[in-house]
Design a binder for this molecule. Sequence first.
Ligand code: HEC
Ligand code: HEC
Length: 360
Amino acid sequence: MSIGNIPELKAYFQDMKDDPGRKINNLGKLFLWHISCRISCILAGSMNKNIMRGLFMRLLKLIFLGGALISLAAVADQKDQPGQYHPGKEKAISGVENDITGTYKNWKDRKAIEKSIANGMESQYINYKDVRWLKRDEFNGELLREEARELYARTGKTGKSCASCHGSNGEELRGVAAKYPTFDKEYDRVIPLTTRIRNCSEKYVGAEMPEDSGDNTLMTWYVTDKSDGVPIDIEVDTPGPVQDAFYRGRDLFFKRVGQFNFACASCHTPPTVLKQLRGMRPSTPYGDAVSYPIWEFPAHPERHYLLTMQLQIKACQAAARMKTSHEGSLEYTDMEVFIKSLSNGYEINSLSSYYGETLD
Ligand code: HEC
Ligand code: HEC
């Protein structure tokens, strides 16, 4: 699949080609990883346990995480040449049952998850559904829901609120989140839910609500929450703009870019995925999107402790020293279409927690 005639994407690929950081080879990556581990060991050695212990541990965790991320991908990428696609692109097709890691059977429904836990299976083989699905029984997000209801019913300059048009409890929005990103006539392109909500807020409520704002994230979660239990259904199987976005998104996911010349796939597909290295255990990307926006406490207080899919993509790009873009961009929307379609057929699970803490 080519990138077609979309100038924004063409420029993006060209930038990647010209990026001098791409010359760093695998030995370089391993060296950088080694240095970051060394630094964290020295810091650990000189640590005074009584002084700012919590903060220090957090910093150490970050350094270790960086080292682990780099080494994970370096190990996976040893044989690849710069500028290529990570192998296996064609095998990444939509539908949760097409999971490339073969773990789907362990987490396909509640019964399977419970059985996997009873068998003492490690979380990465259950796609963290032991945390994300079963823990929700004690993690219901009611406080967050109250906050969201208040914003949903808040009137703006037009004298209207979301509630004026979409039902006092958002009941008319059930099922909507399972279909986004989708094609929008006004924009004449595929847009994510965040852009739909920004547009509605500006046009009909008279309140600014940019994609990367806390208000937008809260409303995006609220609308998604209305689709709890609805299977994801991104329309990638019929030819059209959404399918085109899927292929572009998949290309972006497998293309090796940035200073370390990683692809998203370097870490998120075989042979690296599921491998344990220094405490990092990436799980399959299939079935992840049902949990987003996801509760990640105490990160992102300005976003109500919620992490949207596009903010997660941006965070991974930054960690892997790739060029970042902005939420709502064509590039992130294409990647979201690809990643979300890997959850097609799997039910939205709101509210999920990244690590499994309880809310209240
Ligand atoms: C004055 C009425 C009005 C208000 C107020 C309004 N919307 Fe909308 N909304 C619409 C219309 C009409 C559409 C269909 C798309 C369009 O024409 O822009 C829509 C579409 C949507 C959709 C997509 C539905 C689908 O089936 O694809 C979502 C989600 C949504 N609105 C959320 C919100 C949120 C959240 C707010 C508050 C910030 C809001 N809307 C405020 C009228 C409104
Ligand atoms: C250097 C390794 C690395 C690279 C490159 C990388 N990621 Fe990640 N990513 C991780 C790790 C580690 C996690 C957290 C563990 C997990 O959940 O799999 C993560 C988490 C994620 C998640 C959330 C998964 C979940 O379980 O909720 C998504 C989505 C994601 N990454 C997408 C991407 C995209 C898109 C790219 C490319 C722009 C990318 N990642 C590049 C290592 C990487």
